[in-house]
Write a protein that binds this ligand. Structure first.
Ligand code: EPZ
Length: 456
């Protein structure tokens, strides 16, 4: 028996029991992209008209963002498979510390609040387990657009001093292709006066999804997905309907899990060119990949060691570095995996070595000597993508592993273990009783306290 991940009590007292070495076979449905949904929800603040979002995933990060929008006065109408949003009654231009600290992505609201209301007060989003996560590029760009920014006592106060309370288009060159800064500045510039050009912009698919939706709302944005984006400010943005793109990181995680268990699965829907760098590395490591329309199939008979260097899109995504490291830990030969985006994204190495992997880390680079097999262990996932990497490792290990840290996992993966058990994995989600014994979560229990979680 396994527990449907939606029946959740406090996530810190839950863990997954995984019996490894099961072959996976079948199809996995990919959910809507977390990192697109979060910024699209923030962008809903830019219009007073109805915005309808389809394919928004059921994640604890998304629940937090919805709560933040409601706190600002936004009306949210949740239907089965879509979300109706209306910001006409938006009455607050500030987000207190406990909300921002609960979800870093809430900082995406600064651009829309400032450009719509002429003012925005948000707590500084802190760092997290994977890095300091500074926001100086966001601040520099907003100042270039004419905002007056004051930062003190851990809070950002942004105002527009000119009489019209309108931001002014500007030429902005980012020092690094920051995803969040690019998205913040696109949203701020969409209602500014005049033209804004962002050079060295991030090119991620989630930014392309944001620009596609904003243009449907009446924005004039050109060059999404390239490193030079032009935004001609407009006076007003309108409502629209929009379907969130599939989550390329979720899809990539399942493909890596299939490769690690020498399985044959299909993931869909996906947009294949969002995964080019990952598919190339999986092929180089020995997997057979077949693309048919919006589905990708993988068949793996053996795993060869390959080297990875994470990079901004279209390079190898940092969000799949930990899952791919788990794969390389059982590859034939030596591999080198360099993390170039975040300064502390190697939290999965120690637990992998605890399971019998042979990995050394120097200067944010993992030097991996592949081993034949990992050992089942009780391990803790320390952040969102490390938790997924631990599950992949446990799927390959002989015996029963226990994985804790589900408060991280459920932030970014919808029904992760359910999707795996549906294609042959042996996983149950259990609730640790106070005497520390485990009992499967009651499938039918109705009183479900909301999910707790920690931000990345
Ligand atoms: C987004 O984070 C994603 N989050 C991250 O996904 C993803 O890993 C990251 O982009 C990179 O692709 C969301 O979209 C909600 P960045 P973001 O600004 O916008 C440095 C996941 O697992 N930087 O592109 O915060 C920064 O320190 C999460 O789903 C500055 O130096 O990423 C980092 O080293 C984790 N100054 C690098 O750039 C700045 O002002 C990339 O950061 C901004 C960023």
């Amino acid at each position: 028996m396994f527990c449907e991940s939606k029946n959740k009590s406090d996530l810190k007292f839950q863990n997954l029991k995984i019996i490894g070495q099961k072959k996976l076979k079948g199809n996995i449905k990919v959910s809507g992209a977390k990192n697109s949904s979060l910024v699209l929800l923030a962008a809903s603040l830019l219009t007073d008209e109805n915005l309808t979002l389809f394919n928004v995933p059921d994640l604890t990060d998304i629940e937090k963002m919805k709560h933040i929008l409601k706190t600002l006065g936004v009306q949210l109408n949740e239907k089965n498979d879509f979300l109706e949003i209306n910001s006409k009654k938006l009455h607050l231009c500030e987000l207190p510390y406990d909300l921002v600290n609960g979800l870093r992505a809430s900082f995406f609201c600064i651009g829309p609040l400032l450009t719509k209301l002429g003012e925005a007060n948000l707590a500084l989003p802190g760092g997290c387990k994977i890095g300091a996560r500074p926001i100086e590029e966001h601040i520099r760009g907003l100042k270039a657009l004419g905002a007056t920014i004051k930062i003190d006592d851990g809070a950002v106060q942004a105002t527009i001093k000119n009489k019209k309370k309108k931001l002014q288009g500007a030429n902005i060159v980012l020092n690094c292709p920051s995803v969040g800064a690019t998205e913040t500045l696109i949203m701020a510039a969409s209602l500014a006066e005049g033209q804004t050009i962002i050079e060295n912009a991030a090119r991620e698919p989630e930014i392309q999804d944001l620009c596609y939706m904003l243009n449907k709302m009446g924005a004039k944005i050109f060059g999404a997905g390239q490193s030079r984006i032009i935004i001609d400010g407009v006076k007003k943005l309108y409502g629209c309907s929009h379907k969130v793109i599939p989550d390329r990181i979720e899809a990539g995680t399942f493909l890596i899990a299939a490769a690690a268990t020498l399985s044959s699965i299909t993931v869909s829907p996906v947009i294949p060119n969002h995964l080019d760098s990952v598919l190339n590395k999986l092929k180089e490591a020995g997997s057979k990949i077949t693309i048919k329309g919006n589905s990708i199939s993988i068949n793996t008979k053996s795993i060869k060691a390959v080297n990875i260097k994470t990079a901004p899109f279209p390079g190898f995504p940092t969000d799949l570095q930990a899952p791919f490291t788990a794969l390389m830990s059982i590859a034939e030969g030596k591999s080198i995996i360099s993390e170039t985006i975040f300064e502390n994204r190697m939290n999965h190495i120690q637990p992998l070595n605890q399971m019998g992997a042979s990995i050394e880390v120097r200067d944010n680079t993992a030097f991996i000597q592949g081993v034949n097999q990992l050992r089942a262990q009780s391990i803790i996932g320390h952040d969102l993508r490390s938790s997924a990497a631990m599950i992949i490792a446990a799927l390959t290990a002989g015996g029963c592993s226990t994985i804790e840290g589900l408060e991280h996992l459920d932030r970014g993966y919808e029904d992760f273990e359910l999707k795996l058990t549906n294609i042959g994995a042996d996983i149950i989600r259990v609730l640790k009783k106070n005497n520390n014994s485990d009992s499967p979560l009651d499938l039918n229990s109705t009183s479900q306290p909301t999910k707790n979680f920690r931000a990345a």
